[in-house]
Design a protein around this ligand. Structure first.
Ligand SMILES: C[S@@+](CC[C@H](N)C(=O)[O-])C[C@H]1O[C@@H](n2cnc3c(N)ncnc32)[C@H](O)[C@@H]1O
Length: 385
């Protein structure tokens, strides 16, 4: 297949981390927007992007860019594409869309006509048409439209990449895997210092940290991607890429990863998830209050994702928790860099330390902040003496 633009989507706030990932993987960055980064390459490149990218959600291979100011025009432009070369006539097709353009009032109708154009074209060329529906586990096409400009893509991920496949035991308020990876990348932790994660919940941060520290490709967990359901999928290349990624992963880490929570069910879930991810031997789990988490010498990062609370009673209780985090940082965490990820700015103030940096990141549509605190050794020494 020809070289084309490739758009990798991500939640708001994550694009700067995604951009760094793409550059590190050797891909050019053509543009960056709030919810995605555009690169370019051949269709085969989408295999390695799906395998290696940690912070992106969907890898979209662009087939065509055109203007359309009515649904009929949209249908004609889409019908003109050689869909029979991409989508198997005996397969299954799902069309997703994000259309907000004058002349096409109803985005659902745009999606429907896009699907019609594809299946009509395939039936005309091959004598039969693929089934279609909402499941994203086989061939997926994405239609984008804004201000009269439309773009149509093969969604080479299918199910979003945030679904790595290791989280079998989600708890309430888990962080998406892609967001957790962005948080770990923001801390610059690379496996050498210690990574402490009190309030670990289902363990997503600790597991993503282990994967990053080991340089283990996140796509190795999944056995199904959209690109596998596009004609001409190069199975041999996919197996080669997987083998290479496995060889490039480290076996052990020099730093320790410690994950704790005061809820035994959370620690149990985190342990099970880590087992599924194959990193349970690298994470030390225990049930305890965050302030009693072990703090090994040698420094590193301590990352907390406390509850943000919604009801008033909860908020009052959480004020004490956030104040406690500030005390814990000041009294026990000297020599570490502290991070708090929260969606509640007024609770964050209760930490009563001045953040050195603040990263805006969205968690399921809620604007959150990752706050970074430099914690000096001095306070630890004072405490000790
Ligand atoms: C928002 S969840 C963390 C979610 C986690 N990042 C994930 O991806 O699954 C907050 C966690 O903090 C824990 N927690 C609340 N207060 C705590 C305390 N005082 N000490 C330890 N853990 C606490 C809760 O049990 C819960 O699992």
């Amino acid at each position: 297949m020809h070289k084309s633009k490739i758009l990798i989507t991500c939640p708001k706030g994550i694009a700067p981390f995604l951009k760094q990932e793409l550059l590190a993987l050797g891909f050019p960055v053509l543009s960056e927007s709030v919810a995605g980064v555009e690169t370019e390459g051949a269709f085969e490149d989408t295999l390695s992007l799906n395998l290696h990218v940690r912070t992106g959600h969907r890898v979209l291979f662009q087939l065509k860019e055109f203007s359309a100011n009515s649904v009929d025009e949209l249908y004609r432009e889409l019908y003109a594409l050689a869909w029979e070369e991409y989508v198997p006539e005996d397969g299954y097709l799902c069309v997703t869309s994000s259309v907000d353009t004058p002349g096409i009032k109803d985005p659902r109708f745009a999606s429907l006509r896009c699907k019609d154009a594809i299946v009509d074209r395939i039936r005309e060329q091959r004598g039969r048409r693929p089934d279609s529906g909402p499941a994203r586990d086989r061939s997926v096409v994405h239609l984008y439209g804004k201000e009269g400009l439309c773009k149509v893509y093969l969604d080479t991920s299918g199910e979003p990449l945030s679904r790595r496949g290791y989280r079998k035991m989600p708890l309430t308020a888990p962080m998406q895997e892609t967001l957790a990876a962005a948080v770990v990348l923001a801390t610059n932790w690379n496996g050498s210092g210690n990574f402490l994660n009190p309030m670990c919940g289902g363990g997503t941060l600790a597991i993503e940290a282990a994967l990053i520290g080991l340089n283990r490709a996140p796509g190795l967990f999944r056995s199904n991607f959209g690109f596998m359901h596009i004609k001409g999928f190069n199975e041999l290349l996919w197996q080669e890429l997987r083998e290479k990624a496995k060889k490039e992963a480290k076996k052990s880490l020099s730093g320790r990863i410690i994950a704790t929570d005061n809820n035994p069910a959370a620690v149990e879930a985190a342990q099970k998830n880590a087992t599924t991810a194959g990193v349970e031997h690298l994470i030390e789990f225990s049930v305890c209050d965050f302030s009693d988490s072990p703090l090994p010498d040698g420094g590193g990062v301590v990352v907390l994702n406390p509850p943000y609370g919604e009801r008033m009673g909860e908020i009052q209780q959480l004020e004490a928790t956030y104040k406690g985090i500030g005390d814990y940082f000041k009294q026990k965490c000297g020599g570490y860099t502290g991070y708090v990820f929260t969606g509640n700015p007024s609770l964050a103030k209760k930490v009563s330390l001045k953040p050195k940096q603040s990263f805006p990141l969205f968690n399921s549509g809620i604007e959150c902040r990752l706050l970074e605190y430099e914690l000096y050794e001095g306070s630890k020494k004072i405490k000790k003496t």
